[in-house]
Design a protein around this ligand. Sequence first.
Ligand code: MN
Length: 437
Amino acid sequence: MVVELYTQHIFEKSARFQTILEATGYQGIVVGSGETKMQFQDDMAYPFKANPYFREWVPLATRSGCYLQLIKGASKPRLFLLTVEDIWHTAPESLPEGFEQAFEVIEYANLDEIKTMLEGTNSAFINETNTLDIAAEDWNPPAVIHQIDYQRRGKTAYEQACVREANRGAVPAHRAAQQAFMAGASEVQIAAAYLAACDCRESEMPYGIIAGVNEHAAVLHHHNLFKQPQTPRSFLIDAGVEVNGYASDITRTYAYDSGSDFAAMIELVNQKQLELCAEGGIGKSPVDIHVLSQHKIAEVLIDFDVLRMSAEEAVANSIAASFYPHGLGHHLGCNVHDKGGQLANAEGDVLPPPEKYPKLRSGAPMVANQIHTVEPGLYFIPAYLEKLKAGEHAHLINWSRVDEFVPYGGIRIEDNIIVHADGSLENLTRDAFAATT
Ligand SMILES: [Mn+2]
């Protein structure tokens, strides 16, 4: 079944790339996986990760020196794999069984050989470095990159299956992390429990695990995990897994004391998050839903007597944004923050985020088969609270209530949603949690 889906995926990608060749006048497109990078003045390499343009074609995330070539009118793409004898390192990653049928696979031994094999076609070349020494204007031409990014908005059935599977794979790890937090583990120990439960190396994570205990839950990207265990109050974990190069991106927040006000606040944010998940749909504006989410977070703050003003006032005066300073969501795929979120068309014109919400990553209307994250947040961030305290609306904020919540850091709840072609919405994350209770 997976082989069938993958074959169909390559067929569809090939057809999409043929339209790019038509539109741009190139005879071919070559996508390189990238090169292993050495550390400065050292014989150690950085962990290698193939770029997303390559991973969308070929699930060989750790194999450098691969090239995918698609020629105008050709029935099958060609896949060039660097194959050399190397007794020092583990053998390079190979394709899942059956996947090789989608390509004409060609092995090569050195750069001169691949240059000879690929020269002579008027091709666009997508790669981090210009390993093939082609004319500068044909290396990552924006016209081709924009077309690819615009196409990437709609995911094939295979890509949807990969992100679905990445959600399923992350759920046992999220549960293990929650248990480790409840047992009083340090952030580093919690991350170790996460990796053990999903049976992954840290280098295989789609992004660095964010695991914030107590006040650290207010640090949006808390990656420098602490080793000392803390007396547990609250815990925010933002982590996914990768399946065939595709990511899940999931956040959950927990209270140690289920009877606390903070636990009740998590529950209310959870309700609001579910309401926001239901707002998606083909043609809907992510900007409108983001503004709605600002209102909903303002309502939570009013409900818990943190703000003494209307939700409208809180949003209009950017007070809600001080508690919720990031965007509601982004596209998800081979990039955790998949590209194309702001593209108005295949020519590369962008719809910039509204001035008031510069952090919003997706502004373009939703399309069929797109995968979005929905991740409202509510944080007590000391730097922003200080600014509010010095501002003109300080008297409308209940500071003793704020002080009660500061030790808990904050809340974020994040699910991954497919906007299906028939208009239905599939919440991959809630489904995955529900399937394994
Ligand atoms: Mn996210």
